[in-house]
Design a protein around this ligand. Sequence first.
Ligand SMILES: *Cc1c(COP(=O)(O)O)cnc(C)c1O
Length: 312
Amino acid sequence: MPLHIQTPLIESDPLSQAAGRRVRLKLDALQPPGSFKIRGIGLACETHARNGKRRFISSSGGNAGIAVAYAGRRLGVPVVVVVPESTTERARGLIRRQGAELIVHGAAWHEANALAQSMLGDEDAFVHPFDDPMLWQGHATLIDEAAEAGPKPGAVVLSVGGGGLLCGVMEGLHRNGWSDVPVITAETHGADAFARSIAAGERIALDAITSIATSLGAKQVCEQALNWAARHPVRPVVIDDLAAVRACERFLDDHRILVEPACGASLALAYDQAEALQGFDDVLVVVCGGTTAGVDALRQWRDDLALMQGAA
Ligand SMILES: *Cc1c(COP(=O)(O)O)cnc(C)c1O
């Protein structure tokens, strides 16, 4: 039994109406740890456990850390998650609640990650948040399920952080004979390493992450994301934070499901970026989920961002 669940695939009336075309949703926000990440991380952790690893180590204060903690608890394997001081109380609590040991170290992620790496012994497995073929293989099950449910969509919309979800979906499209289905990627300004890399024709590293969509905040996407982009039709779209936050609020109203702005970025393409979906009459949106932002955080962001936009 895998650690992820098979999620519902539904046609959304509100999103279809907003987008002026059929929009179907793959509801990975309903995964028990709250995001699609358990698909790949679950597979990686199961494989590590089978290969004799006795402890999982992560340096993600986001949904990856939460998924590793969940996988460890389910498999009976101890987990250590090292996060920087910037990690919110909410995320810390979610990791601890899964029974993982939480170590808070350093002002920024690279310091937390350095400590995590220094702890690695022979019987430990480090679980990367996005750059690992095992993760992509696990994420690809999302498309296996969509293919089983059918029909073939005109395009797939998904959010890109480090590119793990993108690589998994690409792998899934190809292994299900859907290699001609274009992928439309959503990022927010200030976390748009993929769109910039495509525009530049080479892998670009951002100086800093300035978007509130922290789950999209990889300074650089994995190499494999660009390899896929060279052999599969991809259309990158970048939106602003406010549109992502508003999409989360509308989605909560429309479907009673709370997601992070990282996921709101994809939903915003359907809600108010119809031109991005031009030419496709049946769009499959990956509702990747995310648990690190509550309703209060969404409201705060919306007020702050609207104020900034009004002042600009
Ligand atoms: C991790 C994450 C992403 C981005 O996934 P990558 O594999 O890093 O591209 C998007 N949304 C949510 C909710 C996430 O947790």
